[in-house]
Design a protein around this ligand. Structure first.
Ligand SMILES: C[S@@+](CC[C@H](N)C(=O)[O-])C[C@H]1O[C@@H](n2cnc3c(N)ncnc32)[C@H](O)[C@@H]1O
Length: 345
């Protein structure tokens, strides 16, 4: 039987040098996120010597943190955590880690424990490993397979076939983290451990707590899960209302289409449905779910738009949001652009 772990060990021990593996991009804005900079320095070409031997790195260079916008330190009740070292504007890419992170995720606990620190860093990166979960996260973690293959359509097919298969043949994936809103120096960086679409807005506290316990073994202590605070209580009320609205909108859209096909007037008018989506948008923004949850609500607004001009406006709005939370080089961005073309936009 094929052994994933030995493949992984082979890749990490012989496939990449440390300099390769630490090639990190940190850009000040997602719009420039496809530009990358290598942490390995080129050999000196000073005129006095044409030696190809690299100059020794200074102490500062050797200990430079690969992602200068963030640092790791302990936090009460959660072990280690990632913090912003300076004010970071919304939609900045703070981490780009081009390595074999998904194979790492597939390793068993025993196999992970067998990794040396260096291998573990190469596998996932210590910064990524230290990001805690929050039910209202201020950052978004993406898998991005587009970094070295020029973004061809086959990437998307491979993406859907499965990461492992893709890594095995192309070795060109990266994990990126973008902040979803302005983050202050010293603030903890958090992501949602939930996947799916929408990942957060429809989940009430009890369900979130249960899933996090089952899947990751911890009891979430984020602000939204704290029912003693006003924010925690307001958060739960917002999500209850969001669930009702989402159900009504989806029933209205599907039911409306069926009734229209049968020649019967719909019970909820498109104008009423647009009003419900506008309320969802307000609640999601109040809650601070300004990543994929907001993309979801923007897409509902696009479906229900009145006329092509308004639809096009929403389509662009959603596309820009996806660029902001995943970076212009993410395959989803191409999918959004294609969608516009296919629909005649
Ligand atoms: C990927 S690690 C994050 C870094 C971790 N804190 C550390 O010290 O290495 C995930 C673990 O962090 C802790 N954790 C993450 N988010 C948490 C949260 N919202 N509430 C409580 N514990 C959390 C849990 O122990 C979880 O298993």
């Amino acid at each position: 039987m094929f052994n994933l772990f030995s493949f992984f060990k082979r890749r990490t021990s012989t496939g990449l040098t440390t300099a390769d593996s630490l090639t990190i991009t940190t850009s000040s804005s997602s719009s420039s996120s496809s530009s990358s900079s290598s942490s390995s320095s080129l050999p000196s070409t000073s005129s006095s010597s044409f030696s190809t031997t690299p100059e020794p790195k200074s102490d500062a260079q050797q200990h430079a943190h690969p992602h200068p916008l963030v640092t790791v330190r302990p936090v009460p009740h959660k072990g280690l955590a990632l913090f912003a070292t300076r004010d970071i504007p919304r939609h900045t890419r703070i981490i780009s880690h081009p390595l074999l992170s998904t194979p790492y995720a597939l390793l068993s606990g025993a196999e992970r424990a067998d990794l040396t620190d260096e291998e573990a860093y190469k596998a996932l990166g210590t910064d990524l490993l230290r990001i805690n979960h929050a039910c209202v996260p201020n950052a978004h973690l993406s898998d991005n397979i587009n970094n070295s293959s020029g973004g061809k359509d086959e990437d998307q097919d491979a993406h859907e076939e499965g990461y492992y298969h893709y890594y095995h043949h192309h070795h060109c994936c990266k994990k990126t983290v973008h902040v979803l809103r302005d983050v202050k120096a010293g603030e903890e960086i958090s992501v949602s451990y939930f996947h799916g679409w929408p990942a957060n807005l429809l989940r009430l506290r009890g369900e979130r707590q249960r899933l996090l316990k089952e899947r990751f073994g911890f009891l979430c202590d984020c602000a939204a899960c704290d029912e003693r605070t006003e924010f925690g209580r307001a958060s739960e009320a917002r999500r209850r209302r969001l669930r009702v609205l989402d159900e009504e909108v989806r029933r209205g859209v599907c039911g409306g289409a069926m009734l229209a096909a049968a020649g019967t007037p719909a019970t909820t008018t498109p104008k009423e449905l647009r009003g419900k989506v506008a309320e969802m948008m307000r609640l999601v923004e109040e809650e601070g779910l300004v990543g994929e949850d907001l993309v979801y609500v923007g897409t509902l607004a696009e479906w229900l738009a009145e006329g092509e001009e308004e639809r096009e406006g929403w389509r662009r709005w959603v596309g820009e949001l996806v660029v902001g939370i995943k970076g212009r080089d993410h395959p989803d961005v191409r999918r959004y652009l294609k969608r516009g073309k296919r629909d005649g936009g």
